[in-house]
Write a protein that binds this ligand. Structure first.
Ligand code: FMN
Length: 184
């Protein structure tokens, strides 16, 4: 089955942290990558293509740098464009994704102390409440998010270790059993 990675970074060429995490997934079996900003530089998402990807997925990973305590805008746009017609107009097809494990993975400039329950930002789990609610509304299995903090102060070796941890977290997330599609 497919691990679908929606990699949403506006400029991966200048990224350190997200590139390092992605490098950790090298040769991960069944990995399908959709790098949204590269695919859709004008932000016009191909809904049919993205919906097919979603229907192929056995687990879904949303990877992005944290921007103002949220996702970059194109990932929100993906939700609006792909999930809205699927779940509100074609619930029978949407139901084929029921039980899909979904893992949000992010990188932050802020230190880990800011993301503790008593930190200035609060926990990543709490910040991701809209993503979690979306996952639950879709009947998906929300996983504990993966977060890499204080990325500007991590050297290359630390980033490489984070890539290895990220890979392990993804591989230990559940995978949906193969299912048949009735229509597309
Ligand atoms: C527009 C913007 C908003 C940001 N907002 C946050 C934020 O809310 N919290 C935080 O810890 N870091 C924030 N940062 C820092 C990024 O999360 C950090 O640069 C990114 O995770 C680094 O990943 P990269 O090396 O893959 O680009 C922001 C950066 C930008 C450019």
């Amino acid at each position: 089955m497919v691990t679908l990675l929606l990699l949403t970074h506006p400029d991966l060429a200048v990224s350190r942290a997200n590139r390092a995490l992605f490098a950790g997934l090298n040769a991960l079996p069944g990995l399908e990558v959709a790098e949204l900003y590269a695919l859709y530089p004008n932000e016009q998402i191909n809904v049919a293509v993205e919906r097919e990807r979603l229907l192929r997925a056995g687990r879904l990973v949303l990877q992005f740098p944290l921007y103002w305590y949220s996702t970059p805008p194109l990932l929100k746009r993906w939700q609006d464009a792909v999930l809205t017609p699927l779940f509100y107009q074609e619930p029978d097809i949407a139901a084929l994704t029921a039980g899909l494990p979904v893992l949000a993975a992010t990188t932050t400039g802020g230190p880990s102390a800011s993301y503790q329950p008593d930190g200035t930002a609060g926990t990543i789990e709490a910040l991701f409440a809209p993503l979690k609610a979306t996952a639950r509304k879709c009947g998906w299995l929300w996983q504990e998010p993966f977060a890499l903090h204080d990325v500007r102060n991590l050297d290359d070796a630390a980033l490489a270790r984070a890539g290895d941890s990220y890979r392990s977290v993804i591989l230990s997330a559940p995978m949906m059993k193969p299912r048949f599609k009735t229509a597309v």
